[in-house]
Design a protein around this ligand. Sequence first.
Ligand code: PBG
Length: 328
Amino acid sequence: MYYICPMFIRPRRLRKNAAIRSLVEEVSTPISSLIYPLFIEDEPSARNAIPSMPGQYRLGKEEILPEIESCLEAGLKSFCLFPKVKEALKDSAATYSLDAQNFYLQSIQSIKEKFPEAVIMTDVALDPYSSDGHDGIVKDGKILNDETIEILAKMALLQAQAGADIIGPSDMMDGRVGLIRKNLEEQGYNDTLIMSYTAKYASGFYGPFRDALDSAPKAGDKKTYQLSYKNKQEALLEATLDEQEGADILMVKPGLSYLDIIQDLADSTTLPVAAYNVSGEYAMVKAASEKGWVDEKAIVEEILTSIRRAGAKIVLTYHAKDFATWIR
Ligand code: PBG
């Protein structure tokens, strides 16, 4: 038997055993690269399961502190909080988002008081507070950009004042990063980070999240502000703008179907890139593993690693706590 050349080169040598494989491993997923999104609500003792996100809960203020504590013990240090606002407090101007006493801001404060070492990322968008279920102000069926970003900038400042480390504008309005940054600088919050949802696509993968917060749009969809999944070029434009406007970290969302976008951004920016492994991606993994069709631990590690391999330094994922527990 003859080969094109004698087999001096045998790639399998580097796969010979686990120790050798780990010597040449290119990508890993340390717990320190993960951010765990958590849902909170205004019922002190609540621990409400989210049916479409098995294993995730909406936590009241008595539950959130022990939850953060057990995550810290598992080695997780970073959290992103989303509020479930009572229907009666929602209105078309998202007024409750700017109430300095609202439970979201209070939770940030109490978490940072008890666990100053925890990194807290917030959500900046109108949808949890809006009776229209949109990320911006709705008028005659249109989402108003410039009116919305004024509110977002105020919301971000309140969050920074409550002690947030990272502001997370998830709204996709034009110019919001710049206005948020300007407001923070003017008020002396010059060390508050902004992780911009730079390339947030209009996606079917957000369904379970909208169930969790009851925040689905009442009319229309989000396609006039979130990106079309048929495009990648505009993700680069969004990235350029967010950089110029003063973002510290650029995020791509969702994660798994958008690995090419993560890679493009990582190749074209000097800022760290993050990716959001979203609720629908989580739900699919949980559903298939509950049926015994996939091995949950194996595919979670594979998914998170693929997102890191594409170029994301940071991964927001609902698997964070489980993953941290498994790999310890
Ligand atoms: C809205 C927001 C969404 C998510 C985070 N912030 C959904 C949406 O745009 O409707 C989705 C997160 C997930 O699916 O895990 N500002």
